[in-house]
Ligand binder design. Structure first.
Ligand SMILES: [Zn+2]
Length: 484
């Protein structure tokens, strides 16, 4: 069994072949930290984090790198609006991004790299491109010459002529070809800038990703991800920069996540229908948003609407209700949630009531990360587990054994999906404590009324349930456990 993925460069579903056996080096374009991210960006980030988790589950040793774009025009504009320095903006929104992603159950990538920590690397790369005659300087700006790179357009599948017709690129003074893109921008007054051979300035956006990804992962790394909106020009430019400078192939597999639709419209700033992840988390909760983001194929366009979120909420609640019931029913036999479980490729899944669901989950995910099939497998597991739960309540010992296995499988698979259920231990503890105290109060009342028979009956019942009640001068104390 192998994993297959839809490779945007091949435009087809192809076998996932890594540079080094058993290892995956992956990179995903991170946020420009000038505002809260919208739910479309959040969905892309959640998906690549999930793919990372899944590859780990399948036995790969994964190194996942993500960048923060912390130097950009948008940051400078935002700093003027919020009347704080650009570093204040980037710090504020980097923290917000991290908190929001964590609220949606995402783990931090292995390497998180900031553009401003790599200016020297970028200057060196730009110098290299200038030396090779692929880039040129003009009035303190450095441009990449798209005509000097033969493969320009191979990811988006367009020729320079197509692009020229399709994108309304304004000719700019100093640019040789309208599609030439900026590698280094000369400093303007009051903007953050760094020294360079071309005078003070700052790097363009595209150069940061090719420089940081190859710095940490080398050339020919396994997966480069991002949203479909980044294919052109961002990823096209990354390829031109990395391959132009270093030669060879930049990336083995390109993966792109689909965009979010608001009703019938594409979500976009210009349409003013943008939903920020930060607000959505507050309204619907992180886990429900994670459910919404991951339960449909990463490649498809997904809708965000009240009814879609209501469906995700109901589905997620079905899972968490099942788990709470299992917890109540199984008590100390409740299996523990595994941490980063693994089912390496080629290893058979041991037989048991949960095995068929593990196999279905894996078969779906191995086919271009078809999460819809995997979520369906977990729902079918829950249906079977709920039946086992009913039979357990009716005293069926065999059903209880089945329930334990299914619950354990449920915890494993939902862990791979990145859900961590608060098994309502807190709530049920509070409930137990409230009921025990109420009974003790009743017993004390009975004793005060000299209704000793009733008082003893209450104490006997508590003892039977494993509650030890001890009368002390300051009142009755209780605990759960064996009597001493
Ligand atoms: Zn990027």
């Amino acid at each position: 069994m192998t994993i297959k993925i839809f490779d945007s460069m091949a435009r087809d579903v192809i076998p996932f072949e890594t540079r080094e056996e058993g290892k995956v080096a992956m990179y995903c374009c991170g946020p420009t930290v000038y505002n809260y991210i919208h739910i479309g960006n959040a969905r892309t980030m959640l998906w690549f984090e999930f793919i990372r988790r899944y590859l780990d589950f399948r036995g790969y040793d994964v190194t996942y790198v993500m960048n923060y774009t912390d130097v950009d025009d948008k940051i400078i504009e935002r700093a003027k609006i919020e009347k704080i320095p650009p570093e204040g903006i980037t710090q504020k929104y980097t923290r917000a991004f991290e908190e929001d992603l964590a609220a949606m159950g995402a783990e931090t990538p292995d390497i998180v790299s900031k553009a401003t920590d790599h200016i020297g690397d970028m200057v060196a790369a730009i110098e290299g491109l200038v030396d090779k005659g692929i880039a040129y300087e003009s009035d303190g700006n450095v441009w990449y010459s798209v005509e000097a790179f033969e493969g320009y357009g191979k990811l988006s599948g367009r020729t320079l002529e197509d692009m020229r017709a399709g994108e309304r690129v304004e000719p700019m003074p100093g640019k040789r070809h309208p599609l030439d893109f900026s590698l280094w921008k000369t400093a303007k007054d009051g903007e953050p800038s760094w020294d360079s051979p071309w005078g003070p300035g700052r790097p363009g956006w595209h150069i940061e990703c090719s420089v940081m990804s190859t710095k940490y992962l080398g050339m020919d790394f396994d997966v480069h991800g991002g949203g479909t909106d980044l294919i052109f020009p961002h990823h096209e430019n990354e390829i031109a920069q990395a391959e132009g400078l270093l030669g060879g192939e930049f990336v083995r597999h390109w993966m792109h996540a689909g965009m979010v639709q608001m009703g019938t419209e594409k979500m976009s700033k210009s349409l003013g229908n943008v939903v920020l992840a930060h607000d959505a988390i507050e309204t619907f909760g992180g886990p429900v948003l994670r459910y919404w983001a991951l339960s449909g194929s990463y490649r498809s366009q997904v809708a965000f609407s009240e009814s879609v979120i209501a469906d995700s909420t109901a589905a997620y609640e079905r899972w968490s209700t099942f788990l709470t019931s299992a917890q109540h029913s199984l008590g100390t036999d409740m299996p523990e949630a595994p941490d980063h479980p693994r089912r390496p490729i080629g290893e058979a899944v041991p037989k048991g009531p949960g095995a068929e669901f593990v196999i279905r989950f894996i078969e779906s995910m191995d086919e271009d990360f078809n999460s819809a099939g995997s979520f369906a497998a977990v729902h079918d597991l829950v249906r079977d587990a709920n039946r086992a739960l009913e039979a357990t309540h009716a005293g069926d010992a065999e059903a209880r054994t089945r329930l334990i296995d299914l619950t354990s499988t449920f915890l494993e698979l939902t862990n791979v999906l990145g859900f961590r259920f608060e098994v309502s231990a807190g709530a049920s503890d509070a409930l137990v404590a409230g009921l025990v105290e109420f009974l003790i109060e009743m017993r004390e009342k009975a004793r005060a009324e000299k209704a000793f028979e009733r008082a003893d009956a209450i104490r006997d019942k508590l003892t039977e349930l494993g509650v030890v009640a001890e009368d002390t001068p300051s009142g009755t104390r209780w605990r759960i456990g064996a009597s001493t």
